[in-house]
Design a protein around this ligand. Structure first.
Ligand code: NAD
Ligand code: IPM
Ligand code: MN
Length: 362
């Protein structure tokens, strides 16, 4: 019997609403598979915790999380706590402390009706964004001098180390080689004359070891255009932390919206736990209404199962997302349905059971 210990951080806004459905799915899998067991430990960290304790997580929070096989996170950030405090003290700290330097964000259209690009088919929108997740524009390096004075100066420095740049680019080449897909680097060397010139050089250097991988290199402005006009150009995309953040919201927009966009923050060496979370935030505009779409959080569960070396379950969960999308009545309003968050999760579990039986019985 394989047991996985999962730290659950529901967080703020719709975070707890969608995470509850992901946990429901994992519990259903546990019931169906006698070889698998999950234990869940919930941490009440987030903005409410901050208002009570003056911090986003326990002082030894990182120590507490170290022992887990994975972290399952909803979303963080809520009006009342400045975003740069809530996000830095929790989400970005976890990504950095656990050296989760790979952020995997699939952009895969599971149902052609869900893209606003009406002239595009499923085959056209099917790629993986590999976002650098530990440094770059998010290094947190900078200063604010002469605050409030006329001579005020603010610095926010991008940090691109050779180690950090090489390892993400190498990871992307390996993934392209393994899956026999093309690799596109997205950068901006025409304007960012230090960091992105370096990025492009490293992309070319590392590429010499992968003559079998077909590559492309685009400027981020043009890449944003192609995400919308010609997404079929992309199979694997590797890019910096900030560009990856922005591009994956565009990716979400063309593949069904924020309610369907999943992400995994991976420490490939498995020295520390990896973290699975939807791309979306806490969505204060819809929080507490029971209408948040849980499918992004459930897709992140599929990524977690792949990471646990349970690709059959990972695949079954993904297939079940396709299945439920065929029943518009069973999904939430953002996808044109009428179901609540909880109803979507309940129906998902029913469909998962029948998909699992089919996979088993042939
Ligand atoms: P957001 O992703 O929370 O919301 C953007 C839009 O998408 C909103 O209209 C929202 O209603 C919609 N949306 C998002 N998730 C949805 C879902 N599951 N189902 C249906 N609709 C959904 O982005 P924002 O409004 O810019 O940010 C809100 C807060 O979340 C901020 O504090 C921000 O810093 C934080 N944030 C956190 C994370 C994270 O924890 N990973 C990610 C992004 C933003
Ligand atoms: C994301 C989010 C975070 C990021 C924010 C909340 C710090 O937007 O995961 O996409 O920029 O990485
Ligand atoms: Mn984002």
């Amino acid at each position: 019997m394989k047991t996985f210990n999962i730290a659950v951080i529901p967080g703020d806004g719709i975070g707890p609403e969608v995470v509850a459905e992901g946990v429901k799915v994992l519990k259903a899998i546990e019931r169906m598979d006698p070889g698998l067991s999950f234990s869940f430990t919930e941490f009440p960290w987030g903005c409410e915790y901050y208002l009570e304790h003056g911090r986003m997580m326990a002082e030894d929070g990182i120590e507490q999380l170290k022992a887990f096989d994975a972290i399952y996170l909803g979303a963080v950030g809520y009006p009342g706590v400045p975003d740069h405090i809530s996000l830095w003290d929790l989400l970005l700290t976890i990504r950095k402390e656990f050296d989760q330097y790979v952020n995997l964000r699939p952009v895969t259209l599971l149902d052609p009706e869900l893209t606003p690009l009406k002239w595009k088919s499923r085959e056209d929108i099917d790629f993986l964004v590999i976002r650098e997740n530990s440094e770059g524009e998010y290094a947190g390096a900078g200063d604010r001098l002469f605050k409030g004075k006329p001579e005020e100066v603010v610095l926010q420095t991008g940090v691109f180390s050779r180690k950090g740049t090489e390892r993400i680019i190498r990871y992307a080449y390996e993934e392209a080689r393994r899956s026999k897909r093309t690799l596109t680097s997205v950068s901006k060397a025409n304007a960012l004359n230090y960091s992105m010139v370096f990025w492009d050089e490293v992309f070319e250097e590392v590429g010499k070891e992968y003559p079998d991988v077909r590559t492309y290199s685009y400027l981020v402005d043009a890449a944003s255009l192609y995400f919308v006009t010609e997404p079929e150009r992309f199979e694997i995309v590797v890019t910096s932390n900030l560009f990856g953040d922005i591009l994956t919201d565009i990716g979400a927009a063309i593949a069904g919206g924020m309610g369907l966009a999943a992400g995994a923050n991976i420490n490939p060496e498995r020295e520390y736990p990896s973290m699975f979370e939807p791309v979306h935030g806490s969505a204060p505009d819809i929080a507490g209404k029971g209408i948040a779409n849980p499918l992004a959080a459930i897709w992140s569960v599929s990524q977690m199962l792949d990471f646990f070396d349970e690709p059959e379950w990972g695949g079954t969960v993904l297939r079940t997302i396709e299945t439920i999308l065929q029943e518009r009545g069973s999904v939430t309003a953002d996808l044109g349905g009428t179901a609540t968050t909880g109803e979507t999760g309940d129906r998902f579990v029913e469909l998962l059971q029948s998909n699992a039986v089919q996979a088993d019985g042939g």
